[in-house]
Ligand binder design. Structure first.
Ligand code: THU
Length: 128
C-alpha cells in the first residue's frame, strides 16, 4: 500500500467522524508492525474536552486488538488538506513506537514525516 493509498484510506475513515461542534472531520489509519490496519475518526462531545481524536480512536483500536508496536499513523481531514496530529496524539504515538506519520501536504500532496520530527526528544516508556 502506498502512502497515497494510506492517506486515501484515512480520508475515507473521516467520513465516519462525529464532529457537529467543530465541523472538522478527521480520519486516521494505524499500520501495526504486523501489517494490520486500524481506522478511526474523531468523536466529539457536548462537553468539548471529552472529544476523542481520530488518531486516538485508531491507536486504541489497534492496541485493543493486541498491537503493541505501530509502524505508521496516517491522518487526513475532509475539511483541511494539511491536518497534523495534536500534541496529545503525538504523545500516544510515543508509547507504541510509531516510526512515521503520513499527512496531507496541500492539495493532492502527501508527505511522510519521521517521528523524531513529529515529536522531538519525546518522553517515552524507555524512561521507566
Ligand atoms: N482532531 C483530531 O481528530 N485529530 C487531531 O490530531 C487534531 C484534532 C479533532 C478533534 C476535534 O474533534 C476536531 O478535530 C477539532 O479540533
Amino acid at each position: 500500500m502506498t502512502d497515497a493509498d494510506l492517506y486515501a484510506e484515512a480520508l475515507s475513515a473521516a467520513e465516519g467522524a462525529y464532529a457537529p461542534y467543530s465541523n472538522y472531520r478527521v480520519g486516521a489509519v494505524v499500520v501495526a508492525e504486523d501489517g494490520r490496519r486500524f481506522t478511526g475518526a474523531n468523536v466529539e462531545n457536548a462537553a468539548y474536552p471529552s472529544t476523542l481524536c481520530a488518531e486516538a480512536v485508531a491507536i486504541g483500536s489497534a492496541v485493543a486488538a493486541g498491537a503493541r508496536v505501530i509502524d505508521t499513523v496516517a491522518v487526513a481531514c475532509l475539511d483541511d488538506d494539511s491536518c497534523m496530529p495534536c500534541g496529545n496524539c503525538r504523545q500516544m504515538m510515543v508509547e507504541f513506537e510509531v516510526k512515521r506519520v503520513v499527512a496531507g501536504a496541500g492539495p493532492g500532496a502527501v508527505r511522510s514525516i519521521p517521528f523524531e520530527e513529529v515529536l522531538p526528544d519525546s518522553f517515552g516508556p524507555d524512561h521507566l
